[in-house]
Design a protein around this ligand. Structure first.
Ligand SMILES: CC(C)(COP(=O)(O)OP(=O)(O)OC[C@H]1O[C@@H](n2cnc3c(N)ncnc32)[C@H](O)[C@@H]1OP(=O)(O)O)[C@@H](O)C(=O)NCCC(=O)NCCS
Length: 166
């Protein structure tokens, strides 16, 4: 029997890397390296202290990463990949990872998080669509899927321009 209470949420450590890569491969397949968000992550290293794994019975079952970026001149974070192993989906693990990452980023003094994803999943977590085409990603994206979360009042204001490594 699975209980969310039995899941341990831990900051990412380098010994998790192989498991995180396997989860991403399972979730997104070989085409994942062509994803536009992945291009950003190739330009910039993710912040391990703002990235988390979910562990259940000694196994890594989910992961989320945040990568420090700039949008135009303004600092922000790019969230992703977020993935949960198929056998553990729809049990709250993804949302718990999302909340943990946002809280850690807020405590670290960050102002915002952006991502490319499905609005129906992310809007209940506080993400909202950014003004269409305000943020330029290093590759094609559906602008309706570019979402942002304010970590402090006005944190999304002025996010405009190309996404670059911080
Ligand atoms: C998306 C993902 C991380 C969600 O993780 P999860 O642990 O299964 O999600 P949670 O248990 O926190 O939330 C489940 C809820 O989200 C909904 N949901 C899941 N994916 C969704 C999507 N793409 N769009 C809208 N709603 C979605 C579920 O229907 C469920 O709704 P309910 O609570 O009303 O039953 C997981 O399904 C996954 O790894 N998918 C493949 C990789 C992926 O698409 N990552 C996101 C990239 S944008």
């Amino acid at each position: 029997m699975f209980h969310l209470d039995d899941v341990r949420f831990l900051p990412e450590h380098f010994h998790h890397h192989a498991a995180i890569e396997a989860i991403a491969a399972e979730a997104f397949g070989p085409g994942r390296f062509a994803r536009t968000a992945e291009r950003v992550r190739e330009m910039a290293a993710h912040a391990a202290d703002l990235s988390f794994v979910a562990e259940h019975s000694g196994e890594i079952i989910g992961s989320v990463r945040l990568t420090p970026i700039r949008v135009g001149g303004a600092p922000s974070l790019l969230l992703g990949p977020l993935a949960v192993r198929p056998d553990y989906k729809n049990r709250g693990v993804g949302k718990a990872l999302m909340r943990l990452a946002a809280e850690a980023a807020r405590e670290a003094g960050e102002g915002s998080i952006i991502l490319v994803g499905d609005p129906p999943y992310y809007q209940p977590l506080g993400y909202r669509p950014l003004p269409l085409n305000a943020v330029t990603m290093p590759g094609p994206v559906d602008p309706r899927r570019v979402l942002g979360l304010e970590l402090r009042e006005g944190g999304l204001d002025g996010l405009q321009g190309p996404v670059r490594a911080r």
